[in-house]
Design a protein around this ligand. Structure first.
Ligand SMILES: Nc1ncnc2c1ncn2[C@@H]1O[C@H](COP(=O)(O)OP(=O)(O)OP(=O)(O)O)[C@@H](O)[C@H]1O
Ligand SMILES: [Mg+2]
Length: 258
């Protein structure tokens, strides 16, 4: 991780194209050990932009990886950052105040905290055997991870996929297993829905973890957890399943958190 490669996007005033150029240069500088070339922009995000990158031969066990570049909170859609960010956990009191007040220093620190959270969550969950992208590297405003997709393009979001009732039942069961692994690691996703799950190689993969909360943090983990299961059930009920997300949430929470 090289601090001198971070680009300050805080000033604003960039066109979409200029921003993309800056982001692509930042990827090439920060991840030069792994990335040879930025191929294309996968999504056109408000909160983060994901780029497909070609890897340096022999450095990574795949020809392509995904680089997720975070925006300054000014560009971000998460209005209610406070729900996830417990500033009392920031050791430096002046920095905690800066984060709460949203000063320039605070915004930069806050952006980096989100990157660190996603990086740490991906590592922890991969180690625990969860179906999340393999993380490779991180920089102050970006995470490099396995690309979920194939030659035809990125895997679709679950929200774009129509499943038969049997496929939906299988996918929902697999997701409950993934959620159990997360709880066993002491983690709640916090923004789980069919938009943050990719359907890849015939099964669901959970992505987008910067807002992950630990169950013993001072925020209300149960409410976020319950909301995650209700959001997930919304999609699966449209695919023909009859579900009891509150019952499933109580059951899982009781088993892993108590
Ligand atoms: N590892 C990956 N492989 C392939 N595609 C990915 C990967 N990670 C993210 N994507 C694509 O990029 C999109 C945005 O990623 P993610 O959900 O992590 O960020 P976000 O903060 O929600 O961004 P947005 O501003 O688009 O909401 C995903 O919906 C998915 O289509
Ligand atoms: Mg997302």
């Amino acid at each position: 991780m090289a601090d001198d490669t971070s680009i300050d996007l805080m000033g604003g005033g960039f066109t979409r194209g200029e921003l993309a150029e800056l982001e692509q240069q930042m990827i090439l500088d920060a991840f030069s050990r792994h990335v040879e070339d930025v191929v294309y922009r996968v999504n056109d995000g408000k909160e983060a932009t994901v780029y497909l990158c070609r890897t340096v031969p022999g450095e990574v066990d795949a020809p392509f990886v995904a680089a997720k570049v975070y925006r300054d909170r000014r560009f971000r859609g998460f209005a209610n950052n406070a729900q996830y960010t417990d500033t009392s956990r920031i050791g430096d009191r002046r920095l905690a105040k800066a984060v709460r007040k949203g000063t320039r220093t605070g915004r930069k620190a806050s952006q980096q905290m989100w990157v660190d959270r996603e990086w740490q969550a991906l590592n922890r969950l991969r180690q625990a055997g969860a179906c999340v992208p393999q993380p490779y590297d991180h920089a102050p405003s970006a995470v490099l991870m396995a690309f979920l997709g194939d030659d035809a393009g990125p895997a679709p979001m679950l929200s774009q996929v129509r499943l038969s009732a049997a496929e939906a039942a299988t996918a929902y069961g697999l997701l409950l297993d993934e959620i159990a692994i997360m709880l066993d690691c002491g983690l709640v996703h916090g923004d789980l829905s069919a938009f943050n799950i990719l359907y890849h190689q015939g099964r669901p993969w959970i992505i987008d973890l910067p807002q992950v909360v630990s169950v013993d943090e001072a925020v209300d983990g149960w409410s976020l957890f319950h909301r995650d299961l209700v959001n997930l059930a919304g999609y699966f009920e449209h695919q023909g399943l009859t579900l009891d997300p509150t019952g499933d949430a109580i059951d899982l929470w009781g088993r892993y958190v108590g």
